[in-house]
Design a protein around this ligand. Sequence first.
Ligand code: SF4
Length: 690
Amino acid sequence: AGGPVRAERMVDSLCPYCGVGCQLTYHVTGDAIIAATGRDGQANHERLCVKGRFGFDYSRHPQRLTVPLIRKDGVPKEPLDPADPFTHFRPASWEEALDRAAQGFKRLPKSALAGLGSAKGSNEEAYLFQKLVRTGFGTNNVDHCTRLCHASSVAALLEGIGSGAVTAPVAEVANADLIILIGANPSANHPVAASFIKNAVKRGAQLVILDPRGQALTRFASHHLKFKNGTDVALLNAMLHTIVAEEIYDRDFVAARTTGFAQLAEHLKSYSPEAMAPLCGIDAGTIRMVARAYARAGSAMILWGMGVSQHSHGTDNSRALIALALLCGQLGKKGSGLHPLRGQNNVQGASDAGLIPMMLPDYGRVGIEAARSRFEAGWSVDLDPNPGLTVVEMMDAAAAGTLRGMYIEGENPAMSDPDLAHAREALAGLDHLVVQDIFLTETAMLADVVLPASSFFEKTGSFTNTDRHIQMGRQVIDPPGEARPDLWIITEMAKRLGLDWTYTGPDEVFDEMCGLMGSLSGITWKRLDAEGGITTPGGKAILFGESFPTEDGKARLVPAKGLSAAENPDSDYPFVLSTGRVLEHWHTGSMTRRSGVLDRLQGLPAVNVSPADMERLGLTEGARVRLESRRGSVEAAVAADSRLSPGALFLPFCFTEAAANWLTNPVLDPVGKIPELKVSAVRLVPLRHP
Ligand code: SF4
């Protein structure tokens, strides 16, 4: 008597969570999804993880926003019960709410406005949102969570190989002799991708994990180099030093396909494994052994996650990885490549669609006239040639009073930004904040106008997964109450800002995108609908077999610096804290914490502590502790984690009861402008049991 048997209808769509982009079928009875089963998608071959299989019921959670809300006069902007928004808000008609929202923006100068779009929305929504900010607000102050995710990886990839996306899909691990996994925990964050890595190891591939923390895949690895937090460059440069010094790099590839070798080789001279071993905590012999294994592999892939990117030297970390692949010619051929595992389901597509402050759709820089003129002609406007503010810069500008109005669609910076005390004060201090979401998130609680949007299951749109594969997400159920599709809301907002938009559906938006974005040439909505998924650009899974999309067709070898985190443990704050995700929860938890199965599986915030530290501090499993940093403090239960080294802590950032970002350091990578969420100095204070 399983759910699927009782289903009245089935709809083929996608998982709403991670960048793997699993295809699945939703089984529906009445207006409720009762089950999800995997389809034979290119990225999942019928496999699903616990989130895809069971995490759909948030769409019918009683806390869904079903009516537009306007803040009552005189009530403070403060946290409130998401189940009872009417203490601080009153219900409004769509007409009144949209008029109020647009008027608030029109009253402010364009330089004082900004928008945050969403990597959870479709390509069409992302494209329209950035178009609204650029043409309706008249500014490039538009960004999204890529800034907290892989902004530094993308910056390094664009600089090094001329393209910010993956060079090969995850599935290519099936053809790899060796896989390097660094700063990523796919068993928790990209579980179906992890299953393909396990298959590759069983087939005979060698897995090398470089990570300060252990993980489920460690038992499949030939080597786990548990280096010290924040010392990625020291470790990677020592590997590069070995490859150059021992002349085991691919001379032909380096000569024919790259520039900058001489400068890199000179730079690497001072990074011998012996010199770097004390810094990164890995002995020189092991560094050499792993470097040789990678250089000599017939084919090798590098996959990385936010353990690489979320650092004050995140761009340098990625530069070193890119240099590793280029030196060894591990690009553009079967079983090889560079793959930054994208976090959210559409962070690749949202970035492609121009939801970033320094680049237009397809990554043309706003400061370059040729890039602007294409869109100025297509959109019939003059565009601002100045790059806009990034996510954290927006909070700083709001705190300084230069940014006064924000439109936030489907993002939750009051949970996801570093240094939450600063971020929440900045959001609460805005003259005009409009939040479009499906729940009264921690950010929506601070809004002046809240617009009830549609969940993933309640609209149709295209989504681009981590493999650059654009897939069709189809509407499964109707939005509840007066909630509306995001595309409709953005269009209505644009009309009130004076734009003559007439879009009636995602197909019209997608076809406009295809006309303006070279990466989508040859694709149409009709074709996408018929085929269900198309890889960009040009249907190619593996890129750069012949040349790179740079001016001279060659890749650039760029020396990496940055040997340490911005804030390291000291006598006042002796622990190093990393933040991240857990298998059952996704990002700020707004969806998965409202999914019955997922929240029952993991419903309590816990800080992971090494058994050695627990013994030293007299802590038992479940003991209450307070974590304090220079920015704030949170209380949580202790969970023993033998994968951690003594002195290291891990706290997920999805729990509003113990939001990790009260503690984190807002220092930014100077290139990618990504905050250092992976290293903060904290102290741990045991609390008495009540
Ligand atoms: Fe969804 Fe990612 Fe799990 Fe696939 S691996 S089911 S896309 S969360």
